[in-house]
Design a protein around this ligand. Structure first.
Ligand code: HSE
Length: 384
């Protein structure tokens, strides 16, 4: 199968290199920006790919919704299988791409868009056909896991940890999506759609690690906690889906605390299978490229789709999920939160443990405080 590659950045180079060595696959033309065509395998017009009858499949690793979506639709309509690592694209346009690919009779796979090298969607899609999936989630962003690990194990500050994650090729071109939890949110959106056929587009909540300070790290580590950025998706008995991302304080010794560097720990729970967790590199050139190649090889073996045929866009509802939270906030704002216990008070800033509050109320409360110019950090506490 001849595979054209859209994009020649961190992941694109990895995909191209792996294609050269892969059984049953061969590299086709690579789409790059005009002015970047410096060798004969590179082209700068999508027409040179969709109009090339020798190309069987297109692997898109450019990132962003446009022009990736336009190129994807052109490839699918031209009868090419479509594989992507682009979570922004699939989170925004996955339902449309799924429909178009099925109509055109081509395959649409996106294992690399969630979990990097970890085959979570691949396995979840199979499990969802025969088991009832109760929940999905885990540590789904390699950049923030790397940063948290660095800050917690070496005392590195936030800016240095981010810079290093960028240098290692883990972060997005604009790392805002990583550090605000948006990247992990997009991944949990995909997992929800694979598990339940609903791609939530509204009602979603994401809190990242961009408010985390070295003082916060010192304080909660002294209390025996480790912070991880965790994505959660759950379907209630009545069919409502919750989907959110937030920092979580786990006990040193819990499974997540052992997930270090750029690793992810993706999990799902099936009614019959019980809980399943997979750990592996969640970001970086070759881990992500390996997932793209796994999808391409899967096409050769008859795999065609990850979303169910009737997958629709829908809404998340996070009103029923509740946690206790660790929170750092100005002392003058103490009344804004239902406090169970004051953990520390330096006269200006307090650190509290909240009562059990809904995820929705906690995120709304932090948003209100920030709107009023106040600085806060919060993280759910696993076992308060
Ligand atoms: N920026 C992403 C991450 C890349 O750090 O997880 C892999 O999706």
């Amino acid at each position: 199968m001849k595979v054209a590659v859209l994009g020649y950045g961190t992941v694109g180079v990895g995909v191209y290199e792996m294609l050269k060595a892969a059984e049953s696959l061969e590299p086709g033309p690579v789409l790059v920006r005009p002015g970047k065509v410096d060798t004969d395998f590179k082209v700068s017009s999508i027409d040179d790919i969709v109009g090339d009858p020798s190309v069987d499949a297109v692997a898109e690793v450019m990132g962003g919704v446009e022009p990736a979506f336009t190129y994807a639709m052109a490839a699918i309509r031209a009868g090419k299988h479509f594989v992507t690592s682009n979570k922004a694209l699939v989170a925004a346009k996955g339902v449309e791409l799924n429909r178009a690919a099925r109509e055109a009779g081509v395959c649409f796979l996106f294992s690399a868009a969630c979990g990097g090298g970890v085959p979570i969607l691949h396995n979840l899609a199979r499990a969802a056909r025969t088991d009832e999936i109760l929940s999905v989630g885990g540590i789904l962003n390699g950049t923030t896991n790397f940063m948290l690990d660095q800050m917690q194990s070496t005392g590195k500050d936030y800016a240095d940890a981010l810079k290093q994650a960028q240098e290692l090729g883990y972060a997005e071109a604009d790392p805002t999506a990583d550090v605000t939890g948006l990247d992990a949110l997009r991944k949990i959106m995909l997992a929800c759609a694979v598990a339940w056929g609903i791609l939530p587009q509204s009602g979603l909540l994401n809190e990242g690690i961009d408010s985390l300070s070295a003082e916060d790290v010192k304080d909660f580590m002294e209390r025996g906690y480790v912070c991880r950025l965790v994505a959660s998706g759950q379907r209630a008995e009545d069919g409502r889906i919750s989907a959110y991302v937030e920092p979580v304080l786990v006990r040193a010794g819990d499974a997540e605390s052992a997930v270090l560097k750029n690793y992810n720990m993706a999990r799902y729970e099936g009614r019959n299978a019980g809980p399943i967790a997979m750990i592996g590199q969640g970001a970086g050139r070759y881990p992500t490229a390996s997932a793209v190649l796994r999808d391409l090889s899967g096409i050769c073996q008859g795999e065609s789709a990850m979303f169910p045929a009737d997958c629709i866009d829908g809404a998340a509802d996070n009103s029923a999920a509740v946690h206790a939270y660790y929170m750092r906030l100005p002392k003058t704002c103490a009344d804004a939160v239902p406090t169970a216990k004051i953990l520390a008070d330096d006269g200006n800033v307090i650190r509290i443990l909240t009562k059990c509050v809904s995820v929705q109320n906690m995120h709304a409360c932090a948003a209100e405080l920030r709107k009023a110019g106040q600085k806060v950090f919060f993280a759910a506490v696993r076992e308060a």
